[in-house]
Design a binder for this molecule. Structure first.
Ligand SMILES: [Zn+2]
Ligand SMILES: [Zn+2]
Length: 582
């Protein structure tokens, strides 16, 4: 079976299982109103309007009902009906009636019946409920979902389930889910005391705790150092700007819904910035530029604010305030190819430094319909992006017509340790802003010309990138990122002084160290450090003190006794500078 056929078969299983779940729910709650029940990635859901909230015990009962229906082996029977007939069949089901009334006149309406239950559906399904293995599905969670995703419509209860071709595949999927749950950045963020969010203080706004801040600083320090090495200059720009800026940039025309509302001051409207670009352009336009000055590569860890519906906010992954690792490149047409190639190479270097190994590029080209900029510029820019991808030997897809109206772009996706894809880097041309801000440079021939402008973010947003890192490493950060790199543990009070001495020497060497002088038992101290996923524990007793040595225990449980302290220091420094794991 090909991959597509396999997927098709699974979709059939999942969607059919959703029908069976609806039947079981109706058996339990005859007054239930049913909405829709599609198959989704790895499973299915169905939305219900129910007299009360569903409990985990209900899910058990519903699952049992579903297994009965599967065992009964009833055919899925397709029937074509007229609109009037359909309205009659579903007269007690207002959500179905709404859907039927919206169907265009003359469209063939089909229902499927599996014995005790009839649904409005285009199909297809498995032929018979007996084709489904009663041990290959599981109902997972219950969530609230507005009818048709509209906050002004009733809130329904959505039951999610997963279904597979056989019990073994189900088991593997459940194991995968369990592992994902363990790595959930919201859960680990709490356990490791890295960050928090506070609904009452503003949803989607992130609070970095001391340990999270240490990781962020390690990321930012590395980022700044590498940017200077790669010929960038760093800039800082304001967090707010008057409406003039956003009218000129066009954001108030095409991005207003994505912005926070304005603040009034001195009879002017100010907006929190959703992007850093117009500010960097202000710096560019601050004086006349010559081809001799170009290219400019200006980078900023710029904090931006964007309005996102509260329903889509998710931990660090989708927030309302975040810091972009932003940069804008301004260059001449002759410099463009090299700038793009370098940016992509730099991007891959950065991501590889964080342990990502698997990349895929997506090239988005000129959209049909509205766009700005001459065709020749689009062609040259798109070609430049394509050449850069090929130079790096990256696997890529072309999203034909998928570009923004103002220029083509490359998106870079990485695969994490759990096999999930994350879009991180973006390299985006812009033919709009240079025009709107009338940016120019004086070329060789003395004529004023427009520079090429490229937006790029390598990590994307620091918040989201942090969320991805937490899940990728499952909270066990490589030494260079770990908020606490070493935990010093004396085996008894008599060795506290030696522990303090080692600790201060580590601190002096720039190592992030914690010393556990509590009166907990040694095993408890080790367990605690292990739970905090601290890479190294140094266990210190008499022998260690007498030999100026340390016993090194890794968070994996491996232990080496009697390592000379100088040797340990050299080792850990090497791990940090090479960005290696333990
Ligand atoms: Zn169906
Ligand atoms: Zn930008």
């Amino acid at each position: 079976m090909s991959k597509d056929e396999k997927q098709e078969k699974l979709d059939l299983i999942r969607h059919s299982t959703a029908h069976i779940m609806a039947e079981a729910v109706l058996e339990k709650f005859p007054e239930a109103k049913i909405a829709i029940g599609p198959s989704i990635e790895n499973g299915f859901y169905y939305d219900f309007d129910l007299p009360r909230s569903i409990t985990p015990e209900d899910l058990e009962e519903i699952s049992e009902g579903m297994r009965e229906i599967m065992k009964a082996g009833k055919d899925f029977v397709r029937k074509e009906v007229s609109k009037a007939e359909a309205l009659e069949i579903f007269k007690g089901q207002p959500y179905k009636v709404e859907l039927i009334n919206e169907l265009p006149e003359g469209e063939v309406i089909t229902t499927y019946n599996q014995g005790g239950f009839t649904d409005l559906c285009r199909g297809p399904h498995v032929e018979n409920t007996g084709k489904l293995n009663p041990q290959s599905f599981k109902l997972l969670t219950i969530a609230g979902a507005y009818w048709r995703g509209d906050e002004s419509r009733p809130m329904l209860q959505r039951i999610y389930g997963t279904a597979w071709a056989n019990p073994k595949d189900l088991r593997m999927h459940l194991q995968h889910l369990e592992e994902m749950e363990k790595r959930d950045h919201r859960k680990l963020g709490k356990e490791l005391d890295l960050f928090s969010l506070h609904e009452e203080a503003g949803p989607g706004l992130v609070y970095w705790h001391p340990k999270g801040a240490r990781i962020r600083l390690a990321i930012e320090d590395f980022w700044r150092k590498e940017h200077y090495k790669n010929g960038y200059e760093l800039v800082y720009t304001p967090h707010v700007g008057k409406s003039w800026l956003w009218e000129t940039s066009g954001h108030l025309d095409f991005y207003k819904e994505g912005m926070f509302n304005s603040m009034e001051m001195d009879a002017s409207d100010y907006y929190a910035k959703p992007m850093n670009c117009p500010f960097h352009i202000m710096i560019y336009n601050n004086k006349k530029r010559s081809y001799r000055d170009l290219p400019f590569r200006w980078a900023e860890l710029g904090t931006v604010y964007r309005y996102e519906k509260s329903g889509v906010l998710h931990g660090l992954m989708r927030v309302r305030g975040f810091t972009q690792d932003d940069a804008h490149l301004f260059c001449t047409p002759e410099q463009m190819d090299e700038e793009i190639a370098e940016t992509l190479r730099f991007s891959l270097f950065m991501l590889k430094s964080f342990g990502f190994e698997n990349f895929k590029a997506y090239l988005s080209t000129k959209p049909v319909g509205k766009s700005v900029g001459e065709d020749s510029k689009w062609d040259a820019a798109t070609e430049s992006l394509r050449k850069a991808i090929e130079k790096e030997g990256l696997e890529y897809d072309i999203d034909e017509g998928g570009g923004a109206f103002y220029g083509p772009k490359i998106d870079l996706k990485v695969k994490d340790a759990m096999g999930r894809d994350w879009q991180l880097s973006t390299i985006q041309f812009d033919f709009n802003e240079p025009e709107r801000f009338d940016m120019t440079f004086v070329d060789h021939d003395g004529k004023e010309k427009r520079p090429y402008m490229i937006h790029r973010a390598l990590l994307g947003s620091i918040e989201r990138f942090f969320g991805v890192l937490i899940e990728h490493f499952g909270g066990a950060f490589p030494v260079w990122l770990a908020p606490v790199q070493v935990c010093v543990i004396p085996v008894a009070e008599a060795f506290d002084d030696y522990a303090k001495k080692i600790s201060s020497e580590l601190k002096a060497a720039g190592i992030r160290v914690e010393t556990d002088l509590s009166d907990s038992r040694m095993n408890a101290k080790i367990r605690n450090a292990q739970n905090q996923k601290i890479p190294y524990m140094l266990i210190l007793g008499e022998k260690e003190r007498d030999e100026n040595a340390v016993s090194v225990r890794l968070r994996t449980g491996n232990q080496t006794n009697g390592v000379p302290f100088s040797e340990f220091l050299q080792n850990i420094n090497e791990k940090i500078s090479k960005k290696e794991d333990l």
